[in-house]
Design a protein around this ligand. Sequence first.
Ligand code: ADP
Ligand code: MG
Length: 458
Amino acid sequence: EREEIEREIADLEEAVPSITQDYKLIDRLGTGTFSSVYKALDLGYHEKWDNGVWHGLHPAASSAHYQSLPRQPGTKVFVAVKRIYVTSNPERIRNEISILETCRGARHVSQLITAFRQDDQVVAIMPYLPHEDFRLFYRTLPIAGIRTYFRCMFRALRDIHARGIIHRDVKPANFLFDPHRGVGTLVDLGLACRMGMDPPVHYGKCLHTGPTREHAHGRIRRAAEYNSDFVKRKQKDARMRSGWTSDRVGYLEKDTRPQSKANRAGTRGFRAPEVLLKCNEQTGAIDVWSAGMILLFFLSGKFPLFQSNDDVEALLELACIIGRRKMEITATLHSRTFTTNIPSITQEGKPWREFVETLNPKLREQPESALGPNPYSLNEASSGGGSYAPPPPSSSPGADTAIRETRLASPHVDDVQDHETGVEQALDLLERLLHPESIKRITPRQALYHPFLRESEG
Ligand code: ADP
Ligand code: MG
């Protein structure tokens, strides 16, 4: 595999030679349908500074990013280099860069350092974000860590929604979390769109991004122009190379890749009911739903959970949990009807809490790993302690006393109470995140004030 990575790196360096002036590519971080992401060493970034003014090669570079870095010679600074494939729709590339530009300055959201192109290649440079694979920590992260995860997540969503952006592909692979430092960042704005704009009618079609309000905004207009030349000249080229016919739909028909990958307006298992119902007025609430799905993975200890092949199947999976009545109400909200003759779909369904408890009977037990040194306990004890409801009075029978005392005597007593209270609060939040009616779903701002995430005033 290392050989393959070396080959890819050599290929990228050949395609975009100017990259080697500034960056030394060292590893591959991820590969998707529309891009590959590499880790690179930022060569001599500090040398490009003169009296606090950036003198790098790319005037579009975010000086804010560089200003935040230590400027001692010898400091190693890593970046993520996202190579967006030429087979990707040029309009999609323009959209991603333009939206990253709009998100500049939003904490917990991936930041564009610079973007450049060489012929038909587009490369975006972003700060490197140390993180761990979700599958390695979602079953063992202590409740305080889950709290930290979602504080970062909802700050990110609150801030992009305030800028009129919907992410549309919130999932663990697009939220990079470092469980050791408790830092999470929302990445991959490749599918993001601006609220109030026509969402794509069909998932297979490319993003519709016609003239929009933000074109009036100078900085964003420049970002758009940055690529428009390239778009016009290379669109034809790219189409010929990738086998595009007259439009994206034609391309997809010929596409031999798995449908779930090509079909990227959201990822299966993460689509909100209103997306599944093909509602035309989608809002930031779809991101909140996807975040709710992630909380469901944490609490149920199962990931992935929903594996439906199409939207109708996904609606049925959902109906099996929330029941016929709620599905009907939700469908009506979006001027759709929901009917089914499947007998296992009950009228009232069950609350998410109950679903979680079925999947994870050990939900309320303190996970083993959490009894070890907890990187969050310091953090949370000082910032979150005051907001918890008092722990429920102990009703343990005698046999349990010894265990209780041991725990009480141990330094982890806070963790134990934290776990019990935290799980209850998280289950309550889950219900509000996964409200099938988008208009009743909690907003990111409200979620940050929910008892599970609220930070104490004092
Ligand atoms: P795609 O559009 O192909 O999904 P992403 O932007 O989601 O591209 O990146 C793909 C993967 O690359 C991510 O899931 C993550 O593992 C890794 N990655 C992306 N950006 C960074 C970054 N800034 N730092 C570290 N790893 C990253
Ligand atoms: Mg991604």
